[in-house]
Design a binder for this molecule. Structure first.
Ligand code: LRH
Ligand code: MN
Length: 388
């Protein structure tokens, strides 16, 4: 079993980025349930994200989504976040909620609409310049619903053209992260449906482009850790959108539906020595808390990533390698399962105490009275939501 002191050192340095949109009202096409105390402004979303960092110590940044987090002064927003003890992280573009994008954004047959979409992508880089963000994350809802609706190859050409124009606007320290998704909202073709398509575009663009693996964006049964291992080997894994699902893009709390899968994914990251910040993997949550209280759900999600990471770090790597070399199938599997079946909660509770935090972040949050404060204080105004 790996050295626990060393494991704690790595866990102490872990950074998990939160999605501002998880603090707003979310739902499905059937209903977006309104919850009391939900933030009304990007600043209030940052306040809530800062609570998660306050109680976990490992969530020092929040990703923003434009226009959901649109403000007049992005440098001011970054300063506000700093005051709250966190930073503005990844900037997410949004070219999926405008009527003009019915037939696509950067892949739309209409060059005028493509230019409009490209304009937004470039605007997001201007925002990154103001917030000091490293990453531009691009997810395109673009696709078709019926065979023949549009030319699959022509849409790829349009996509490549827009990505190239966006890429050349990046500063040397900035990156473009291209997220793929099997389907939804398009139901026949999606223009970036899988890791292969994203990787092809990233390789064509250059070294500042990398793939984002959203754990909810695969067909049932897909071996996500295999994709992770291959992207790490290619040096093109840019980051994760962590969540979990039982069926489709359910956006449930990471590790809730399949904690063993999350462990296997983080095992590939650990095996590639890619947990280090220098490895440049963005560990982000991308979730929607449709029915559950949002801040405790984010705290629980961060804890789920910590637990899976701790188990992945506890794998006895020399013993595993020896069993693998020896072709000892059951022996090798047992080494991995020993780590997975290790109760790491005491180790993490100790780590939190060593970091000056309460060993039980969720209980500490509930004792803080913050939940009652925001319900009482956030009256009036327009609660944040996906508002499509
Ligand atoms: C698309 C997605 C993408 C976003 C959105 C909030 O399903 O995963 O990352 O921008 O969710
Ligand atoms: Mn995502």
């Amino acid at each position: 079993m790996a050295d626990r002191e060393a494991v704690q050192q790595v866990l102490r340095a872990q950074k998990i980025e939160l999605p501002t949109w998880a603090f707003g009202n979310t739902g499905t096409r059937f209903k977006v349930f309104a919850q009391p105390g939900v933030p009304r402004t990007p600043q209030e979303k940052i306040d809530d994200a800062a609570q998660v960092h306050k109680f976990t110590g490992v969530a020092p940044s929040a990703a923003v989504h434009i226009p959901w987090d649109r403000v007049d002064d992005y440098a001011g927003l970054a300063a506000y976040a700093e005051q709250a003890g966190i930073a503005i992280g990844t900037v997410n573009a949004n070219v999926f909620q405008d009527d003009d994008y019915r037939l696509g954004s950067v892949t739309n047959p209409d060059p005028g609409i493509r230019a409009k979409a490209l304009g937004h992508l470039i605007e997001c880089i201007d925002i990154m310049d103001a917030t000091g963000s490293r990453d531009l994350k691009l997810w395109f809802a673009d696709g078709t619903n019926y065979p023949g609706q549009d030319d699959i190859r022509a849409r790829q050409d349009r996509l490549a053209e827009a990505l190239a124009a966006t890429y050349q606007r990046l500063a040397p320290s900035q990156r473009m992260l291209l997220e793929y998704k099997l389907f939804e909202p398009a139901f026949y073709t999606t223009d970036v449906p899988d890791w292969g398509t994203s990787l092809l575009h990233c390789v064509a663009l250059g070294p500042q482009a990398a793939v984002v693996v959203d754990t909810g964006h695969h067909a049932p049964g897909v071996n996500i850790e295999f994709i992770v291992a291959v992207l790490l080997r290619a040096g093109r894994l840019g980051g994760f959108d962590f969540n979990s699902r039982f069926y489709a893009d359910d956006d449930l709390m990471v590790g809730a539906a399949d904690p063993f899968q999350l462990f296997r994914i983080l095992r590939e990251v650990v095996a590639a020595d890619a947990l280090r910040p220098e490895a440049g993997i963005a560990f982000m949550l991308d979730q929607c808390h449709n029915i559950e209280p949002k801040i405790p759900a984010q705290i629980r999600s961060v804890m789920n990533v910590q637990e899976a990471t701790a188990k992945a770090l506890l794998v006895d790597a020399p013993a595993l390698a020896a069993a693998q070399r020896a072709g000892d199938v059951l022996g090798a599997h047992a080494v991995l399962m020993d780590a997975y079946n290790t109760d790491v909660r005491p180790l993490l509770a100790q780590l939190r105490q060593d970091m000056g935090l309460d060993p039980d972040p969720v209980a500490a949050y509930h004792r803080s009275g913050y939940a009652e404060k925001i319900v009482a204080g956030r009256v009036g105004g327009t609660p944040a939501s996906w508002g499509s």
